[in-house]
Ligand binder design. Sequence first.
Ligand code: CUA
Length: 316
Amino acid sequence: MWSTTPLFPEAASTIAPRVDALYLSLVGLAAFFSILIAGLIIFFAIKYRRRSPREIGRNIHESNMLEITWTVIPLMITMVIFVWGAKIFFAMSTPPAETLNIYVVGKQWMWKFQHLDGQREINELHVPAGRDVKLIATSEDVIHDFFVPDFRVKADVIPGRYVTIWFHATKPGRYRLFCAEYCGTKHSGMTGEVIVMDAPQYQAWLSGGASQQTLTEEGQQLFSDLACITCHRSDLQGRGPVLEGVFGTAVTLMNGQKVMADEAYVRESILNPAAKIVAGYQPIMPTFQGQVSEEQLLALVEYVKSLPRPAPRPGS
Ligand code: CUA
C-alpha cells in the first residue's frame, strides 16, 4: 500500500507494520483533535459573535465535571500511546534467543560486515528472508548510526561498545542502508544496501566465493599469533584464566564482584586487561590496544565464544 507513496518507505520487516500502525494512529489522533479544535474555534466565533456594540459577555463559573473530563480523557489517551510505544520499543530492543549473528564495524566512511562463516562485505549486507538476524555492531572511530528505513531499524553504533540490532526481513529485495549520524565530510556517502535473499539463494551465496577461514578459525589463529595461548591454557599451567566455557557465564573478580562474560567483557579484557582481574590471578597481562583491529577483536571474541567447557584445545 505504502510502496506507491513516495513519502513512506516499504515495510519489509516484521516490526515495520507495528511501527507504521502506531505512527499512523498518532497522525490520525493529531489530525482528529486539530480539526475538532480548529472547527470549534470557527464555529464558536461565529455563533457567539458580538451582535451589538453594547453587548457584554455573561459571567461563567468553573465546572469541576468539565475540568476532570478534559484531564482524564487526554491522560488515558497518552497512557495508551505510552504502553503501545513501549511494547514496540521492547520488541525492537530484545533480540530473540536463536538468531543468525553478523558483526558490523562502522568507520569513516563505510560499513564493514563480517559473517561467522568468514565472508566479509563492505557496504553490502546479504541476509536471508524469514529469519531473525542479529547484528553486533561497533565503530572504530566516531559515532555512526545504522539505519535501514524499510526495516524501521535505526541504532547508534558507538566506538568501544557492542550495540545489538535485530530484524526479521520478510521479503527478498534490495533495501537502502544509511548512516544517520553526522560523522564527517563524507557522512552522506556512507550508504549501502541490505540484500535480502530467500533461504536457498542465501545458502548458495554463503557457500560461493573462495573457501575461507571461519571467524572462529581466524580468531584461533590470532590467539596463537598474539601468543595469548602461552598464558591462557586449559592444562592448569597457565598464568591467565582458562577461557574454555567462560563465555556467557558469570566471572568472579578479585574484588568479589561478579561480571557477565559477554562480548564487551572479552573486548575490554583484551584492550584493558587490568580493568577486571579474575579472582586468583595477577594483573600481568599486557594490553593489546593498538595491536588488534576491531575486526580482529571480533574474531577473538568469536573464538572465545566457541570454546567448549571441558574439551581441550585441538593441538594442546
Ligand atoms: Cu557514519 Cu554518518
